[in-house]
Design a protein around this ligand. Structure first.
Ligand code: ACM
Ligand code: ZN
Length: 685
């Protein structure tokens, strides 16, 4: 890393001296700036940089505080210049420019950053830090004019499934600021633990914040119990109000707004175990959804929100809204009575009733409601903003209806998904978002039309933490993929180039590692599943397959031709190359067209513990001349145990000498109720 930087610096100095045409040098900056014009000469970064600014008051003290602790983030110490003329760095407010924009001017003797606001000056400084990190102490003269594409560039952290200390949060806020992210969405409550002190309801932090299992998995599969904070087995935690104020203040000084999320009506097991009177059954450990038929529910939620509003200055309060089961509502007499009285036709409208009421409460306090895209069900509340996670459709529908939307589709923005070959990844849900997928995302494509795109506020990366018990693991999932999301949120599509970004990311990963962060080692990434990159050509390619039974319509891949189309699956069972069957043995017969010698038969299967995808108990291979009477060749037993939690892929194969027109591969289900079998290609040689 060090060696490469110094070679770069030497090359940069040479180019700069020759008057490089624009574009040949790299700034190394993430997210890619809007316009870059290289000049003549270079600025030599001193050990201590004398600086001046016309910022005043709180903005001045925020920036001064940052310069004092910027040692890890900036290649020089800062000292106030004795007079403005003696300053080597000047940060100046200007009358022009859109919010958060800046112009960074590096000249031989002086660096000037101008911006219309303190955030822009701060971002200019972040760009300078990265520029100096990339070029070394001799920074080529350059003029960078830069502005964000979207006003909302976010990161969500789930601290319910595994609690993280305040220091972990602040470490990530430092990096968010470096990459010009400006919204921290704090997922503070969920079934696995309540994480925020609410004075009116102390049981939330004496009981709902603690569980007798160290990990989410133990809680999820071990009865979802909670315990008192004094229980010797208690695991969990929460933030006191003072700690929350400290995080909000820390973030504010980095130009990051903290948006709290208080989940409702679903994902609320922890509250309902503590206050069962807020559930349909009235009993603990039965429901996961609040009962919207009870007035006590609204009283509780509004009392909690009142304290949340008092703590968080954010315009938005996120109320969750996702994945409510609504099961108890269908038979609950109070819910039915509420529906009758309010003229609500179904439980979706009942959910919408709850969201409308909560929105009314928030709006009355001068705040706006933000919720996951399920808040569209049953009718969207009048001023709500939708966070689109189940693809882009929810966000687009909201934007078409004149609502704001934040795009966070799981296909591009879910940082809990695997990012590379799962055999080298910690166990995780068998879904994938590679660095490249995170990057190749346009939250507001022009094709939607200007009326729609103008309602799309921006983009956000989400780290759900069911499978992420430690801080180190969390950092590995966040970085560097959040850099890709930062660039999606900041840079115009014309400025984006994956190959160039990838090069900048490799440097940035090294930089993070030098500072004790634990990013994923992108430079040693395997990338796509190697088998998926080649095309298969063998006796079975293009031949028809008889299915007994047919694949699930949910996982049909390319339909009937899929298992002999020459295309093998990638890491992701949802990539439309893997076909899936639920709860059944699977018999697949390939018709080779004529009787012929057969030397090898093979098919791959996969296991994805957290998606209930299992290796077959065994795979039987057989051949036949007439497609009816089969002669067995062999049975290959599975060797992957149920308990194996990483996603894995295994070939089951027979090799020998046989002849026939029909080849049969029979995968026997392993007996797990509700389990899936997936395969991608039958290969006969
Ligand atoms: C979500 O992932 N349930 C918003
Ligand atoms: Zn109810």
């Amino acid at each position: 890393m060090k060696l490469r930087t110094s070679i770069f610096a030497a090359a940069a100095a040479l180019f700069a001296a020759c008057g490089t045409p624009s574009g040949e040098l790299s700034t190394g900056i993430i997210p890619a700036p809007d316009s870059v014009a290289w000049g003549e000469g270079a600025f030599r970064m001193p050990e201590t940089l004398a600086w001046t600014t016309d910022l005043a008051g709180q903005e001045l003290s925020d920036l001064a505080a940052w310069t004092e602790r910027a040692g890890d983030f900036f290649p020089a110490a800062f000292a106030p210049a004795a007079s403005p003329d003696e300053a080597a760095l000047e940060l100046r407010l200007a009358a022009q420019g859109t919010p958060e924009s800046y112009v960074l001017d590096v000249a031989r003797g002086r660096i000037t950053i101008t911006a219309p606001d303190a955030a822009g000056l701060f971002y200019g400084l972040q760009s300078l830090a990265q520029l100096a990190g990339h070029h070394g102490r001799r920074i080529p003269a350059v003029r960078i004019a830069d502005a964000p594409r979207f006003p909302y560039r976010g990161f969500m952290l789930d601290v319910s499934r595994h609690f993280r200390p305040k220091e972990f949060v602040e470490r990530q806020l430092d990096l968010m600021a470096r990459y010009k992210l400006n919204r921290f969405h704090w997922h503070l409550t969920d079934g696995a633990g309540w994480r925020i002190e609410i004075e009116r309801y102390p049981e939330l932090t004496d009981f709902a914040a603690w569980r007798p299992y160290p990990n989410w998995e133990g809680w999820q599969f071990g009865g979802k119990r909670y315990c008192h904070r004094d229980d010797p087995a208690a695991e969990g935690g929460y933030y006191t109000k003072d700690e929350i104020r400290e995080v909000i203040e820390y973030a504010r000084a980095l130009h990051i707004t903290v948006i709290p999320e208080i989940e409702m009506p679903g994902h609320s097991e922890e509250v309902l175990a503590t206050y069962p009177a807020l559930s349909c059954s009235g009993k603990p450990y039965v429901d996961s959804d609040f009962c919207p038929g009870r007035e006590e529910t609204f009283e509780f939620l509004e009392n909690v929100l009142a304290e949340v509003i008092e703590l968080f200055p954010s315009e938005y309060i996120h109320i969750g809204g996702d994945e409510a089961s609504k099961t108890g509502w269908k038979t609950c007499p109070r819910c039915r009575e509420r529906m009758r009285r309010e003229g609500l036709r179904d439980v979706d409208e009942l959910q919408s009733y709850l969201v409308h009421r909560i929105e009314g409460y928030l709006n009355g306090k001068g705040r706006s409601l933000l919720g996951w895209d399920e808040i569209l069900q049953g009718g969207l509340a009048p001023n709500a903003t939708v966070m689109s996670w189940r693809g882009a459709e929810g966000g687009i529908a909201a934007a078409r209806a004149g609502h704001h939307a934040v795009m966070t589709p799981n296909s591009h923005c879910y940082l809990d998904y695997c990012q590379d070959d799962p055999s080298s990844e910690p166990p995780a849900a068998p879904a994938f978002v590679t660095l490249e997928q995170a990057y190749r995302h346009d939250p507001a494509p022009d094709s939607l039309g200007a009326d729609v795109t103008k309602m799309i506020l921006g983009v956000q990366g989400n780290l759900w933490c069911e499978h992420i018990p430690t801080g180190e693991h969390a950092e590995r999932m966040i970085w560097p993929r959040l850099m890709a999301i930062a660039e999606v949120g900041w840079s115009r599509p014309e400025r984006m180039d994956y190959a160039d970004f990838h090069g900048r990311v490799l440097d940035a990963v090294g930089w993070l590692q030098e500072r004790g962060y634990h990013p994923f080692d992108q430079k040693n990434a395997v990338g796509p599943r190697p088998e998926s990159l080649d095309t298969v050509a063998c006796l079975s390619t293009g031949r028809p397959v008889i299915y007994r039974p047919k694949y699930s319509p949910s996982y049909a891949a390319a339909g009937d031709g899929s298992l002999t189309d020459g295309l093998r699956g990638g890491w992701n069972y949802g990539d439309r190359r893997w076909q899936g069957w639920l709860n059944t043995d699977v018999e697949l017969v390939v018709d080779l067209g004529e009787r012929q010698p057969v030397r090898r038969i093979a098919a791959d299967f996969m296991q994805g513990f957290y998606a209930d995808i299992w290796m077959p108990r065994a795979v039987e291979f057989a051949v036949s001349d007439d497609g009816e009477r089969f002669g067995p060749l062999t049975t290959v037993e599975n060797e992957v145990p149920f308990e194996y939690k990483r996603n894995c892929y295994r070939e089951f194969a027979w090799q020998g000498e046989a002849e026939g027109r029909y080849v049969r591969v029979k995968a026997l289900r392993n007996g797990r109720q509700g389990g899936w079998i997936f395969t991608d290609e039958i290969r006969v040689e």
